[in-house]
Every structure is written in structure tokens, then in C-alpha cells.
Design a protein around this ligand. Structure first.
Ligand code: T1G
Ligand code: NAD
Length: 696
């Protein structure tokens, strides 16, 4: 078995190489190997300096996240790093790939840092509900001050080597081979330089304090309810008020507090769920087809967003619209995104024209004859979509992939308009498509494996988080949204206001409430869908008409200045609308419903029970392959708070038996709506959890 850490010498320089693929995570074996190697090299009189580097694609990308949740084994990383820092000989960390978390903390504990220009460094622990726990909160501010340190730890996004150099976090950029450059650098060095003794970043106390105050406000306003950001602020306060050793111990306590929290468990679950959602049977059975040129039909809200996402990823795009006016609007929708970035100083005119050089617009479907994939985003009407697919069938090359961005329509009803059904799938983006990370890849039975694999390949190119969904009405996300949306409508008709429901949802951790989200997406989409489903609805099932009444008035949300909320003068945040209260009261009166009070707790219990119960049906029917795919869908597409891991992870912590009891209790008043899913009943009976299903 290959040793995860090797020690060799090049002349008088000791080289410690970490080799634990794929990202050199700092597992127990790596920590032990590293400690042993450092002690040995430090004790070796022939050694004048030490270089630490990573084999393969990267310097260590952090602690081994897979070890979290198990008892922490010795040696602990902070102790290993303290030993590196106390070496009597200069230690150089040689960085490439992504030196993140504990990996960057090793670099900060080393005396000197050299990196290839493509390297990136960062402390992304906040994305796992954690704080840097191996000295990062104490060493980083000593080098770059509080403001930059907080920026790095709060954003959690890696910074480029050049920027790290400019901030004094890296001492040199390596030209050519990193190992060679590091050996040359190490040979020049005489003495250790311990970061724990650095003071440059602590000098300006007023600036430090000001940064802490701002950070506290940011934590409260933009990371509402999250523990880790506040703990980071406390650790930086310790950094400037206590000796290094005490600050480091304080950091350790805060780290373990975060590690034990439900929030961290939720975010670690989300980390692995996101990686698991990309592993689908089709992609393991077939290679994707070439994807060098994209076509997009429709330049409206979604077509333009998809075009921007593709252009941003480097793909050339041909957009097709019905007529020249619509095409001009489509191009304007695309350019508007870049013009806003230019206005904010985040893009230059030159960069915009480089990107737009890969854009082509046309009203002729024949101009799609060379594309590898087409994504259709025209009106949500079956007849319009079928007409488009008939034309695509005539002009596309034989191995092109055809995709629809439909929100609800059966993919089979679209693909049957062609003679190449096996080349058709659904690619359901979320608005705004150039921002939202989720991509629901809808797999009809007729789709060929390599077509599905190509959908997942596109997700990787666009930097999207893919989830495989079966071809069932509303797929995973919108189907489940339909259910908890109905639950919210029931509560609204029974006495809760849309604003009370939204405030309970926001309190739970969502960025916005359900009715505010409806107003943002446009109430007309749901209305079109309800009208289309009218004939198919079970007459015995409860139907709330409040939203229909609103739409009948032409109130479609933000785009019409009012919906559930009022948006005076184009406001982006809505205000409660007195007319909505009157409208709801009238609907209650029609059904002789006496309004009653709903607590936030009851609102969320019903809301989440409806969500999870329908999610069980989605699982039972195989529309989703595993519960964690549903978690990924709601965290990255519907605003479910990431620190709760997703609805299925949340349900496991809430207790499936308790949720089943809730559903059965609600079912006493509405047995049709609240039919407990047989899968939920089975899991409770067998004492299993959704996480057991994830493990397969
Ligand atoms: N531990 C264990 N496995 C990891 C891992 C880690 N830190 N990072 C990645 N993997 C696995 C991942 O699950 C996947 O496995 C494979 O590696 C490739 O990853 C003390 C406490 C490095 C930017 O948060 O951000 O240090 O699916 O598909 O898109 O203060 O992975 O193939 O089986 O994501 O090229 C802090 C997390 C830890 C970095 C590469 N570090 N990783 O992205 O590949 S906490 C992080 C990433 C910490 C200290 C604290 C990304 C990446 P599989 P991938 P990628
Ligand atoms: P939109 O009305 O903003 O844009 C539709 C565009 O399609 C219009 O510009 C129209 O000119 C064009 N078009 C219509 N018929 C055409 C044809 N035959 N050939 C070429 N272009 C044609 O609609 P949208 O919101 O972008 O929705 C498009 C699709 O995406 C729908 O299926 C919708 O359900 C789905 N979707 C919408 C959202 C959302 O939040 N808006 C989210 C996900 C999916």
C-alpha cells in the first residue's frame, strides 16, 4: 500500500510529499505521516530546510470531511501544524491546485509559501457549517489583517495566487516546475519565520475593530441563523485580544461546537449530496456526445438566461426566435446581463464583445444544422413546443441532442413530434438561468444513455448542479412545490395570511417566502398550469381559488407591480396589500370558513410535512433515485436553507415517526390531501431513515 506521506531529500533539502488522491484530504494517516516526516526532517542534522508539497492535482484541499462525525483521532491537525511552525529549519509550503481549509492552514503554519500562478487558496469551512479549526483564524489575520481574513472566511471562495501574493499570504510565484522552484527557494532561506509571531495584520487596531463590527452585521443580516459566521468573529476578537496560544485553544473549542451542530451536519450532508447527484446509471454506462456548439430556441426569460450561462462557459450559441422583433428582444435580454456587470465595474466592454462574438441570432431553424445540442425555451404550450420540435427534427444533424426546458409538460408528448425520440430529454433550468445552480435533467424512458450522459456533461460545462429526474408531471421540484404550495393555500384559506406564512418560512431559514417567490417567478406560469390541469383534477380534492382571483385581475407579481404583494415604483421587496386581505376574506365567506390562528411552528410543520410526504411519493415512483437528490433539488433550486441539508435530511432530524403522526393528525380533517405515503409508513415501521436509503 502506498504511503500517504513520503520523505525524501534533494541535497540538504527535505521534501515531504502528501499523496492521498483525489484531493490529498488530511486523513488520520496523512496527519500521522506528516507529523512523523516533519519530526524526522527537523532532527536530521544534514537537512537545512524542508519543503512540503502535494502529489497529483492539488496541495491538500482540507481535512478529510468523511472523517467528520466519527471520534477525532490523533494527531489533531492543529498540533501537527504547531510542530511544523516550531521547526528549527525553514519550512516552505509549495502550493498547486486548491490549497483549502486545513491545507491552507498547513501553508499558514509553514514559514514560507510558494505557489504556481494557477493555484488557489482559501478557507471554505463556512460552507460546511464550520470554522477554520487548525489555526487559520489566528494566523491568517496576523498576515493580512481582519478585513481580508474575514472576507476569505465569510465568502469561503478560494482566491487566486496572484491576489494572495499581493496580500502577503504567498511569498513567491513559481515559474516552471513547482518542486524545482521550491527547492531553489528553500536553499536561499536561513531562518524560520513563524506566523504566530507576525504582527503586521494586527497593527491597525481601529481597522481591525471596524472589520469585526461590519462582519457581525453581515453575519446577522446575510447569514441569518447560522452559527459559524458568528464564531469566526469571536475567534478574530480572540486573535487581537489574547496571546496566540490562548486564541488557538479558543478557536479549537469553537470548532468542536460547530462540528457538533445540526447546521454543520446539514451542510456536510449537502456537500456529499451535491457530489452524489452527478453519479447516475446512464453516465456510468455511456460516454457523452461532443458538445462544442449550442442552439437555444426562444430568447425570453429562460432562453436568454440559458444563452448567457452557455456563453459564460465558453460555448458558442445560436439563438432562434420567431421573428426579428423577438430576436432583437432576445439579444437585448442577453446583452442586458453584461451591461449590468459593466455598470457595476465587474466587466469591461472588451470582455463583453469577446463573449458576444460567440453569439449568433437567427429566425431560421436551418441555422441550427451544425449544433451539437438544442435547448428549447418557448412558451409553456404543448402545441408550440411540438411545432418547434418538428422543425428541429428536420434540420438537426443525426447525433444532435434535443432538450426542452419545460416546467411541467410531459417530455414524451414533446418528443413524439420527432422521429428521433431517443435523442430527446428535458433540461429544466431555474430562473434566472445564468445564476441558479440547479439543473433538473429529465429522463424519459425513450432517452438513450449517451443522451442523458450528454445532459450531465453540459451541467459540468455550465457549472450547474445536476439532478436526475423521471418524466413525471412537474418532475421532482415543481411536483413537490405543487403539494406544499397547496398546503400553504389551505392554511391561507383557513386563517393564516400569505405574509404570516412567508414570515414563518423566512424564519425557518429560506431567503424569501413562498408568495414572494411566486411573485418573482410570475403568477401566470402557475395559473397556466392550473388551467391546463383543470379537467384532470380530482373533484373531491380541496381547491383554493385565491391565486386564481388574483390572476384574474392581471396581478402576476413583480412584472405587473402587484401580486400577493405590492411593488410600488418597481420595488424588488413587496409590501402587504390590503386588497389581498379583502380578497381572501371573500373566498372564506364563499365557503363559510371561519378564520383561525396559525403559529409559525404549525405553519412550518404542515408545510414541511406536505413537502416530505410528496417527496416520498416521488421516491416511491422512482422519479428521484435517492432522497439526497431531493435535498439537492430544494437546496439549489427552491431556497431550502443549506444548513438544514435539505427536506429529507431535515425530516430525519425531525423524526420520521413524528412527521407521520403529524400527517395522520392533519389527515383527520382532510384525508384526501393528507394521505400518508406508503414509503414513509414503511420507513417508520422498519425504523429506517432517508439517510439509510441514500446509502442504498
Ligand atoms: N475531504 C474528503 N473528500 C473530499 C474533500 C475533503 N476535504 N474534498 C473533496 N473530496 C472528494 C469529493 O467528495 C469527491 O469524491 C472528490 O474528492 C473530488 O471532489 C481543520 C476542518 C477540492 C475544490 O471544504 O471544495 O479543512 O465524489 O468532485 O469539483 O480547518 O472538492 O469522487 O467520491 O468536488 O474538482 C475544508 C472541499 C475542509 C474543500 C475540488 N475543505 N472540497 O472540486 O472535485 S474542512 C473544503 C472542494 C477543514 C480545517 C477544516 C472541492 C475541490 P467523489 P469534487 P472538484
Ligand atoms: P417567455 O415568455 O419569457 O419567452 C418565451 C420566448 O419564446 C418568447 O421570446 C417567444 O418569442 C419565443 N417563442 C415562442 N414561440 C417560438 C417559436 N416557435 N420559435 C422561436 N421562439 C419562439 O417564457 P419563459 O419564462 O422564458 O419560459 C420559457 C419556457 O421555460 C417555458 O416552457 C417555461 O415553462 C419554462 N420555464 C420557465 C421558468 C421561469 O421561471 N420563467 C423556469 C423554468 C422553466
Amino acid at each position: 500500500m502506498t504511503q500517504p506521506v513520503t520523505l525524501s531529500t534533494a541535497g540538504s533539502i527535505a521534501v515531504i510529499e502528501i499523496n492521498n488522491p483525489p484531493v490529498n484530504a488530511l486523513s488520520q494517516a496523512v496527519r500521522q505521516g506528516l507529523l512523523d516526516a516533519v519530526v524526522q526532517a527537523d532532527a536530521d542534522a544534514a537537512v537545512t530546510a524542508i519543503v512540503i508539497l502535494g502529489a497529483g492535482r492539488s496541495f491538500p484541499a482540507g481535512a478529510d470531511i468523511k472523517e467528520f462525525g466519527q471520534p477525532m483521532q490523533d494527531p489533531h491537525l492543529p498540533d501537527v501544524i504547531d510542530r511544523i511552525e516550531s521547526c528549527s529549519k525553514p519550512v516552505v509550503a509549495a502550493l498547486h491546485g486548491t490549497a483549502l481549509g486545513g491545507g491552507f492552514e498547513i501553508a499558514l503554519g509553514s514559514h514560507y509559501r510558494i505557489a504556481v500562478p494557477s493555484a488557489r487558496v482559501g478557507l471554505p469551512e463556512i460552507h460546511l457549517g464550520l470554522i477554520p479549526g487548525a489555526g487559520g483564524t489566528q494566523r491568517l489575520p496576523r498576515l493580512c489583517g481582519a478585513a481580508m481574513a474575514l472576507d476569505i472566511m465569510f465568502k469561503g471562495t478560494p482566491i487566486r495566487a496572484q491576489d494572495a501574493l499581493a496580500a502577503g499570504l504567498i511569498d513567491r510565484l513559481a515559474e516552471g516546475d513547482l518542486r524545482q522552484a521550491a527547492l531553489i527557494y528553500a536553499a536561499e532561506l536561513q531562518t524560520p519565520r513563524r506566523t504566530r509571531e507576525a504582527t503586521s495584520g494586527l497593527a491597525d487596531k481601529a481597522a481591525f475593530e471596524a472589520a469585526l463590527t461590519d462582519a457581525k452585521e453581515t453575519a446577522r443580516s446575510r447569514m441569518r441563523g447560522q452559527m459559524a459566521p458568528l464564531k469566526i468573529v469571536e475567534c478574530l476578537r480572540a486573535c487581537i485580544t489574547q496571546p496566540f496560544a490562548d486564541g488557538r485553544l479558543f478557536e479549537r473549542d469553537c470548532f468542536f461546537e460547530c462540528l457538533a451542530s445540526e447546521q454543520s451536519k446539514g451542510m456536510i450532508h449537502a456537500f456529499f449530496a451535491q457530489r452524489a447527484s452527478a453519479k447516475v446509471p446512464e453516465a456510468s454506462r455511456a460516454e457523452p456526445r461532443p458538445l462544442n456548439r449550442l442552439g437555444v430556441v426562444g430568447g425570453g426569460t429562460m432562453g436568454a438566461g440559458i444563452t448567457v450561462a452557455a456563453l459564460n462557459s465558453g460555448l458558442p450559441v445560436t439563438m432562434i426566435e420567431r421573428d426579428h422583433d423577438s430576436l432583437a428582444r432576445g439579444r437585448a435580454n442577453v446583452e442586458q446581463v453584461y451591461d449590468r456587470l459593466i455598470a457595476k465595474g465587474r466587466m469591461s466592454e472588451a470582455q463583453k464583445s469577446d463573449i458576444m462574438a460567440r453569439y449568433q441570432g437567427s429566425t431560421q431553424f436551418a441555422d441550427l444544422s451544425e449544433v451539437d445540442m438544442v435547448i428549447e425555451a418557448v412558451f409553456e404550450r404543448l402545441d408550440v413546443k411540438r411545432a418547434v420540435f418538428e422543425q428541429l427534427d428536420k434540420v438537426l444533424k443525426p447525433d444532435a441532442v434535443l432538450a426542452s426546458n419545460t416546467s411541467y409538460i410531459d417530455i414524451d408528448e414533446i418528443s413524439s413530434a420527432t422521429n428521433r425520440r431517443e435523442h430527446v430529454l428535458g433540461l429544466h433550468f431555474f430562473s434566472p438561468a445564468n445564476i441558479m445552480k440547479l439543473l433538473e435533467i429529465v429522463v424519459p424512458q425513450s432517452a438513450a444513455d449517451d443522451v442523458v450522459a450528454t445532459g450531465f456533461a453540459l451541467a459540468k460545462i455550465l457549472g450547474k448542479i445536476p439532478v436526475r429526474a423521471g418524466n413525471s408531471p412537474g418532475f421532482i421540484g415543481n411536483r413537490i412545490l405543487g403539494k406544499y404550495g397547496d398546503c400553504a393555500a389551505h392554511m391561507m384559506e383557513d386563517g393564516a395570511t400569505p405574509y404570516e406564512i412567508d414570515s414563518a418560512i423566512v424564519e425557518f431559514g429560506y431567503p424569501m417566502g413562498l408568495h414572494a417567490m411566486y411573485d418573482l417567478a410570475g403568477l401566470d406560469i402557475g395559473w397556466d398550469n392550473r388551467k391546463a390541469a383543470q379537467g384532470k383534477r380530482n373533484p373531491a380534492e380541496r381547491y383554493v381559488e385565491i391565486a386564481d382571483r388574483i390572476c384574474e385581475r392581471g396581478w402576476f407579481g413583480q412584472k405587473t407591480g402587484r401580486g400577493f404583494y405590492l411593488y410600488p415604483d418597481g420595488a424588488r421587496i413587496g409590501a402587504p396589500d390590503p386588497e389581498i386581505f379583502i380578497l381572501i376574506e371573500a373566498e372564506r365567506a364563499k365557503k363559510s370558513i371561519t378564520a383561525r390562528r396559525f403559529t409559525d411552528e404549525e405553519i412550518m410543520a404542515r408545510y414541511l410535512a406536505a413537502m416530505v410526504n410528496e417527496a416520498c411519493e416521488v421516491l416511491r415512483e422512482g422519479v428521484a433515485l435517492k432522497p439526497s437528490d431531493i435535498d439537492v433539488t430544494f437546496v439549489h433550486g427552491y431556497g431550502f436553507p443549506r444548513y438544514r441539508g435539505g427536506p429529507m435530511n431535515y425530516a430525519d432530524s425531525y423524526g420520521l415517526a413524528r412527521m407521520l403522526d403529524d400527517i395522520r393528525r392533519y389527515g383527520q380533517h382532510d384525508p384526501i390531501f393528507w394521505q400518508a405515503s406508503p414509503l414513509l409508513i414503511e420507513l417508520v415501521a422498519s425504523g429506517q431513515t432517508f439517510n439509510d436509503l441514500n446509502k442504498g
